[in-house]
Design a protein around this ligand. Structure first.
Ligand SMILES: CC(C)(COP(=O)(O)OP(=O)(O)OC[C@H]1O[C@@H](n2cnc3c(N)ncnc32)[C@H](O)[C@@H]1OP(=O)(O)O)[C@@H](O)C(=O)NCCC(=O)NCCSC(=O)/C=C/CCCCCCCCCCCCC(=O)O
Length: 719
């Protein structure tokens, strides 16, 4: 709703009231329509101020309403009525003015912002465009290039930048509403014609066609199949080339296409999923709202390799004091230099001072005695990690949380080696740890809710998408990756090429296909794991039996490449060839193709034609199937957890919502049918055997994704 008051005798003050972000729900829109009419019809009112309650102007249209039949007054005529008013209307912007909130402000004649306010048109990140006139008014106000930048990226600008761009007229450090009321009084009676943005053309821009061509090309490249950024460019082009009314019609047409697209649904699902994962719960019943985190003022990182360095930077950037420990002097000095460089570069980008003094370097583990939390990031070796945990248990003050950054080892096993297993959790960062958004917080059966709450809160402080998951081999992300990679290997055996598989996955929207990714991260990583699992048998055994190991189909292709010293980019050879070791541009490698031919001949395999559809179905449905196993096992509490992990850490295209959302969109029955089809063709591949949860969900009528939680609970109670 919107509240109306008369202040300073002749200013009508309209306050949007819809906690927490004053989203423009039907009730708020109705409130605005009614109060604006009241202010305009009151002869004692000379000007109007619109503000939002609780220090936030408006977070935009109510995204939840997009899922239902929308009722209430539409935004466009409401904003138009404000712009056409014969009394000045001033927006008093505190906190955020985003999306429809900024579009409302652009309909006002003046805008005053608090210095800490943020403004933006982030609709593109929800698969939409600013369709309440924003795509037409913003370019008229600030020019086409700046508007294109804001609308196609959805980035939020500070009040200072908004002032510089001309989005706001004044910035204040004081009470924004008081400043806006004073301003409104000062402009009462002035002509409003120059202030009605829609009545002006866009500022002149030389070489408009070339500009749009260049921007469109850039946007297409970075969009990876997302359609909203392209529609945003088209809408701004309409603003630049058409009269306002026709531009608005184009805006409406483009929005109609986006609004009903699966991409908008997927992106809006991601918005809510990212918030939902903060409301974590454990199988024990412990939950986010009943578990109090411990305060963390001082932290330590043990082991300053690539991961440890990134983690140190991520911690120091939150303002924590960090003890960084590396036992070898030379490595410590190298790490210090690298960490300082990363902190300096990060601070430069954010326009702040680098937190160099926040990090203390030590060779001695005793230095961590008084820290509140330790993150161990030593080499992935259970004996070494166990030793470190035992040392930490002896050195640290009582109650210090002991976290491991392992990506593959058993968090429970490590916990059991300490006197206080309830203080142990996994904090699985992704490289580079100061850049990558994802953090898996891994709890074991004995991890205390407080330990989980503390790690989750610390992750949030570091700006990570933190997801609490149970302990199992590979946790959630890597466990699901295994069948995906194995299917890609099998496809090569059957006739595909790395180029074909990668192209199919990249066209789907992954930034890199599985083989380019493998070359980047290093083929030796998986080789080491497979050796540890006893799967690698060096030699030239041939035939089907050589490709059945531990009772299931196995492809030794990756092992054979490693035996040739082809570890990927770092050696200049892998699934592709590179100009030199460390180069990044993957090139077709004739050697690899004749190697594949010889391999198939040796194993009696006849290459067949494989299309993109099969690549996607085999790789993605195998990964999704593992996701259903994970849900069934209670390792992830809900599909949102899996989807946030995949979108934030594994390059799953956001406009496809994450693997579980994608399965929901494709249809569970279809996913099941295709898995059954491939399982019949490849009975020796267990990961193609449909999960019992998937079967049960299909049997119970394939409920929509937001009902899976309920359905899983019900299905488990029937077991
Ligand atoms: C920065 C924030 C605002 C605040 O951040 P923070 O303080 O960290 O808080 P959060 O945890 O993020 O959020 C708190 C809770 O609030 C919920 N929330 C936030 N924003 C919204 C919102 N806009 N709507 C609903 N709910 C919201 C959030 O989910 C949290 O609750 P919970 O934890 O999940 O329970 C930050 O929140 C933020 O960035 N918000 C989003 C801002 C944003 O993206 N705004 C743009 C929204 S889209 C928009 O405005 C579009 C405008 C144009 C609409 C045009 C008309 C549409 C209908 C046209 C139909 C076309 C069909 C045509 C047919 C035809 O013509 O034929």
């Amino acid at each position: 709703m919107a509240e109306y008051n008369r202040v300073s005798e002749c200013v009508g003050l309209i306050t949007l009231r819809n906690p927490p972000v004053n989203a423009l729900s039907a009730a708020v829109r109705q409130g605005i329509v009614d109060t604006v009419q009241r202010a305009l019809s009151d002869p004692n009112v000379k000007s109007v101020v619109i503000c939002g309650q609780n220090g936030i102007f408006c977070g935009g249209a109510d995204i939840k309403e997009f899922r239902s039949n929308m009722t209430g007054p539409p935004l466009i005529p409401m904003i138009h009525a404000i712009e056409s008013a014969n009394k000045p209307v001033v927006a008093a912007i505190e906190g955020s003015a985003l999306g429809g909130g900024l579009e409302l402000a652009l309909g006002c004649h003046y805008r005053i912002a608090h210095s800490k306010a943020r403004l933006g048109l982030p609709e593109v990140s929800l698969g939409l465009l600013p369709a309440a006139g924003g795509s037409q008014r913003l370019p008229r106000l600030i020019g086409v290039p700046a508007a294109l930048n804001l609308i196609t990226t959805g980035r939020h600008v500070t009040a200072a930048e908004a002032l510089q761009l001309g989005i706001v007229d004044q910035v204040t450090d004081h009470n924004t509403v008081a400043a806006a009321v004073k301003f409104a009084l000062s402009v009462a009676g002035r002509s409003l014609d120059p202030r009605r943005i829609s009545t002006h053309p866009c500022p002149q821009q030389p070489d408009l066609d070339a500009l749009f061509e260049e921007v469109m090309q850039k946007v297409r490249q970075s969009a990876r199949g997302a359609i909203a950024p392209i529609a945003c460019v088209q809408a701004v082009r309409a603003a630049a080339t058409l009269p306002y009314a026709q531009g608005m019609e184009r805006e409406r047409e483009l929005m109609a296409t986006l609004f009903t697209s699966g991409q908008a649904r997927a992106l809006q699902y991601c918005f809510f999923a990212e918030r939902a994962v903060g409301r974590w719960r454990m199988p024990s019943g412990a939950r986010w709202d009943t578990s109090k985190p411990r305060p963390v003022h001082k932290a330590a990182v043990i082991g300053l390799g690539t991961m440890g360095r990134g983690i140190t930077v991520a911690l120091a950037q939150t303002g924590l004091s960090v003890i960084a420990v590396e036992t070898q002097e030379k490595q410590l000095m190298e790490a210090k230099q690298a960490i300082s460089g990363m902190l300096e570069r990060g601070a430069k980008g954010r326009g702040v001072a680098p937190a160099l003094d926040g990090v203390i370097y030590s060779q001695n583990i005793q230095a961590v005695a008084d820290v509140d939390l330790v993150i161990e990031a030593v080499f992935e070796d259970i004996a070494l990690k166990t030793k470190v945990f035992q040392q930490l248990s002896a050195v640290c003050k009582p109650g210090t949380l002991l976290c491991t950054n392992t990506s593959a080892l058993d968090v429970d096993q490590l916990a059991s080696e300490t006197p206080n297993p309830e203080l142990v959790v996994g904090m699985h960062f992704f490289a580079p740890a100061h850049v990558m958004k994802l953090l898996e917080v891994v709890y074991g059966p004995r991890s205390s809710p407080q330990a989980v709450a503390t790690a989750m809160q610390l992750g949030k402080k570091m700006g990570k998408a933190s997801v609490a998951v149970g302990n199992c081999r590979g946790f959630v992300g890597n466990r699901m990756l295994k069948p995906y990679i194995e299917e890609a290997f099998f496809l090569l055996e059957e006739g595909a090429t790395p180029e074909l598989v990668d192209q199919a996955l990249e066209e789907f929207g992954f930034p890199m296909g599985v083989f380019r990714m493998s070359d980047l991260s290093g083929l030796d990583v998986g080789w080491r794991v497979r050796k540890g699992d006893g799967l690698v048998e060096p030699g030239t055994a041939s035939g089907r039996s050589a490709r059945i190991r531990q009772g299931r189909r196995y492809s030794p292709l990756g092992d054979l490449l490693c035996e040739e010293g082809r570890f990927g980019q770092k050696t200049g050879r892998g699934w592709y060839q590179y100009d030199k070791p460390g180069s990044r541009v993957a090139r077709f490698d004739p050697w690899l193709h004749s190697f594949l031919g010889a391999y198939r001949a040796q194993h009696g395999l006849v290459a067949r034609r494989i299309d993109h559809q099969e690549v996607l179905e085999r790789c993605l449905y195998a990964l999704i199937n593992e996701g259903f196993h994970i849900l069934d096992d209670g390792i992830a509490a809900g599909p949102e957890d899996i989807d946030v992990i995949y979108v934030s850490g594994y390059g799953w295209p956001r406009h496809r919502g994450g693997p579980m959302f994608y399965a929901n969109m494709v249809g569970l029955a279809k996913v099941l049918e295709r898995l059954e089809h491939y399982q019949q063709l490849h009975p020796e591949v267990p990961h193609l055997q449909p999960s019992s949860l998937l079967r049960r969900l299909v049997a119970s009528g394939s409920p929509p994704i937001h009902k899976w939680g309920e359905a899983i609970k019900k299905l488990h109670s029937q077991l």
